[in-house]
Design a binder for this molecule. Structure first.
Ligand SMILES: NC(=O)c1ccc[n+]([C@@H]2O[C@H](COP(=O)([O-])OP(=O)(O)OC[C@H]3O[C@@H](n4cnc5c(N)ncnc54)[C@H](O)[C@@H]3O)[C@@H](O)[C@H]2O)c1
Length: 386
């Protein structure tokens, strides 16, 4: 057997919550699922806002060291990868510090919670020249990648429209206290546009192309919510809506909502093209619905619900997972995503076009801010590209 080059990844994970769990799961899983016996993934440090949280998470996910705050971990000489799973508002400080120390950086989406921070991060990434990736994990769902392949190969023809939404219902019940609403609680919350709007904007750009203009709305339907301090005003948008024009003359409708009663975590799109259509729904993540106008049997013309788990049909990512028909779920997209990041670091490959770069993270925020400007000015706005 040829000897594989050994690769050392020394990881500093920043954050001890939901995403820290998803990313830790990926580091534990990648060497055996992706068959990378030459990967030595050393889970060196886990940092969180308090030492108690960091110690607890470090023990749970098998990291050697725990730190309060990110400074010590990201400056350590032995660390080569900083993985940012901390709250949005602190992404910029962590990334800029890590990049100044020459680290490769994976940062969860949204890249930042302001345009200014996102620009600073992009500039720091360019200066550092290391591998930098923004965590738009849905690019790594096999059915989404198959959609991308069909579009790239011209099988769907010219794209006319993208109709996409990220729907949740965390705000759809009036009695839910403000403290339980991730998008609206606290001065650092950045609304549904940054939290889930960034995902659907990235999906539109990934599959269709650059967004040139937007006509948008940022809606707050419930003016007041109960809270432990009594009724409080809702200050951040509960829904973002936009009509968009792409540079390639396709059109689109984009929505991100916390008010979509019944929808827990649905990312969905339908793309209408000259040769057919594609549709996807994260509530059924193993399927891509495909309609091709040119069917050999005219009587059975209609959408085909393709089970995207078939390695013998060259379905993306399925060579590492289970035999055909054995589905995968939400966490596997994170594993596929982080495997891509490690592969790019190990073999000096480009993160793009399949992974999202810091530039993609910045673009999503430029588009969100253009939608906000459109809402304020009640007019169509051209997206400013940095
Ligand atoms: N890609 C996805 O599917 C997805 C899903 C949810 C959240 N996210 C993103 O992932 C990131 C983390 O979200 P989460 O849901 O895990 O949040 P969380 O609230 O569960 O965890 C946030 C963590 O940030 C840490 N933190 C805050 N300040 C810190 C500091 N100064 N130094 C070190 N750590 C600090 C906290 O201790 C906490 O552990 C956010 O940017 C969020 O938008 C991505």
């Amino acid at each position: 057997m040829p000897h594989k080059k050994q690769v050392e990844f020394n990881i500093a994970l920043v954050g001890g919550g939901f995403m820290a769990k998803a990313h830790s799961n990926a580091y534990h899983t990648i060497p055996y699922i992706y068959n990378k016996s030459n990967y030595h993934i050393n889970l060196d440090s886990l940092s969180a806002a308090t030492i108690e949280e960091a110690t607890d998470a470090a023990q749970r996910y098998s990291f050697t060291n725990a730190y309060a705050g990110f400074g010590e971990a990201v400056s350590k000489g032995s660390i080569n990868i900083v993985d940012i799973c901390a709250a949005d508002f602190i992404h910029k400080d962590i990334a800029v510090a890590a990049l100044a120390h020459g680290k490769h950086v994976l940062c969860e989406k949204p890249l930042a919670n302001s345009l200014a921070d996102a620009k600073a991060m992009y500039e720091a990434a360019v200066r550092a020249g290391t591998k930098t990736m923004c965590g738009f994990n849905y690019r790594f769902v096999p059915a989404v990648r198959l959609a991308k392949t069909l579009l790239e190969r011209g099988i769907m023809g010219r794209i006319y429209t993208f109709n996409g939404a990220y729907n949740q219902d965390s705000g759809a019940f009036d009695d839910i206290p403000l403290e339980r609403l991730w998008y609206a609680y606290g001065s650092k919350a950045s609304g549904v546009s940054y939290g889930i709007g960034s995902h659907i904007i990235d999906m539109a750009r990934f599959l269709v192309g650059e967004i040139a203009t937007v006509s948008g709305l940022m809606k707050i339907y419930t003016k007041e919510r109960p809270s432990s301090k009594g009724p409080q005003k809702v200050m951040k948008e509960e829904e973002m809506l936009a009509l968009v024009e792409f540079s390639n003359e396709a059109s689109g409708m984009i929505k991100a909502s916390a008010m979509a009663a019944g929808r827990k975590n649905q990312l969905t799109f339908e793309i209408s093209c000259s040769k057919g259509s594609l549709s996807f729904d994260l509530e059924e993540p193993n399927y891509l619905n495909v309609f091709l106008k040119d069917s050999p049997v005219t009587q059975v013309s209609g959408f085909t619900k393709v089970n995207v788990t078939q390695i013998d049909r060259e379905h993306p990512f399925m060579d590492v997972w289970w035999p055909r028909g054995h589905g995968i779920g939400w966490e596997h997209a994170h594993i596929n995503e982080i495997a891509h990041f490690l592969d790019c670091v190990a073999n000096n490959k480009d993160i793009e076009p399949y992974g999202a770069t810091f530039k993609d993270g910045l673009r999503a925020i430029e588009i969100i801010e253009a939608i906000r400007l459109s809402e304020q000015s009640k007019s169509k706005v051209e997206v400013n590209i940095y």
